[in-house]
Design a protein around this ligand. Structure first.
Ligand SMILES: [Mg+2]
Length: 294
């Protein structure tokens, strides 16, 4: 797909939207689903554009939810992490793959009350708060998440129950977790691959991006129509794929993983592409201004 460069140098229109449609999309956006790592910060470094962007959203009355595949932290812990980076957030503004997992369980396993969890205290806390009994003895379902202090015994025990016929749900598909340390951090997908190799059984479902349930939960809780929500993220095959699957608008920022070259070969296309969230803020401001002048 060919992209028309914006006069300021940004690629503005990957999807074939005309100027009127672009303004209409931006003006109709009431809520942003914001990816975090690669979009607002990298590792422990907040992007310079992040704080002014959040101020811009407040100015325009646009609300937002931070969403992440990282189920190892509870919502409370994500709030603390954002605060450490200098971004204010409330617990209800956080949606993790653990929340998506709870939504999935309530819908597809309404009778299940007890879980065996391979995961961090943060993940266990979210599931416990959602009303599940966490047990090692006679669980009804297995949950596999990311766990940097993984217990080999727990992994074996999970495989045992799965081999005996219990279903298991993965909180997210990622095989490795980004790190700046000289190591490879095995993520949820890699743990599930080990279980599958041992038992011959794959997870019945894998939550997290790009599963539509991540966004559907935000639409439902906030009572938003599809046209009122925009996904903002740095990955085509997770953030943008999810937006495309749900049928909501999306903006790709080039501060993380995806590059312009990636876009040419991707089946997942955003409505907008910006160098950073700063340009998204400018586009929102420009769009609102032009509407007011009409
Ligand atoms: Mg990201």
């Amino acid at each position: 797909m060919a992209f028309r460069p914006h006069p300021k140098g940004r690629i503005m229109n990957p999807k074939p939207h005309d100027e009127t449609t672009r303004h209409s999309i931006l003006n109709g956006t009431l809520h942003l689903a914001l990816d975090m790592d690669g979009t607002l910060y990298k590792g422990s470094t907040l992007f310079a554009a992040a704080k002014p962007f959040m101020e811009c959203l407040k100015t325009h009355g646009i609300t937002y939810t931070f969403f992440t595949n990282n189920s190892s932290r509870s919502a409370d812990e994500h709030v603390d992490n954002l605060a450490d980076l200098g971004i204010e957030a409330r617990v209800e503004q956080i949606r993790t793959s653990a929340h998506a997992t709870v939504d999935y369980l309530k819908l597809n396993y309404p009778g299940v009350k007890s879980l065996f969890v391979v995961g961090t205290p943060g993940l266990r806390a979210e599931l416990y708060q959602a009303g599940y009994r966490l047990t090692r003895a006679k669980p009804e379902l297995i949950i596999v998440g990311f766990d940097p202090s993984l217990s080999y015994t727990d992994l074996c025990k999970a495989a045992y129950w799965i081999d005996r016929g219990l279903d298991y749900v993965a909180t997210h598909p990622d095989f490795v977790c980004p790190t700046d340390q000289p190591t490879l951090v095995l993520d949820c997908g890699a743990l599930c691959a080990a279980i599958e190799a041992a038992t011959g059984r794959a997870p019945v479902a894998t939550m997290g991006k790009p599963h539509p349930i991540m966004i559907e939960g935000i639409l439902k809780r906030r009572q938003l129509s599809h046209s009122q929500l925009m996904v903002v993220g740095d990955r085509l095959y997770t953030d943008i794929a999810m937006a495309n699957a749900v049928g909501v608008h999306s903006a790709l920022v080039l501060t993380g993983e995806a590059t312009r070259a990636d876009m040419a070969n991707s089946p997942f296309q955003p409505d907008f592409v910006f160098q950073s969230v700063a340009e998204l803020g400018e586009a929102l401001t420009e769009s609102f201004r032009s509407t007011q002048q009409r």
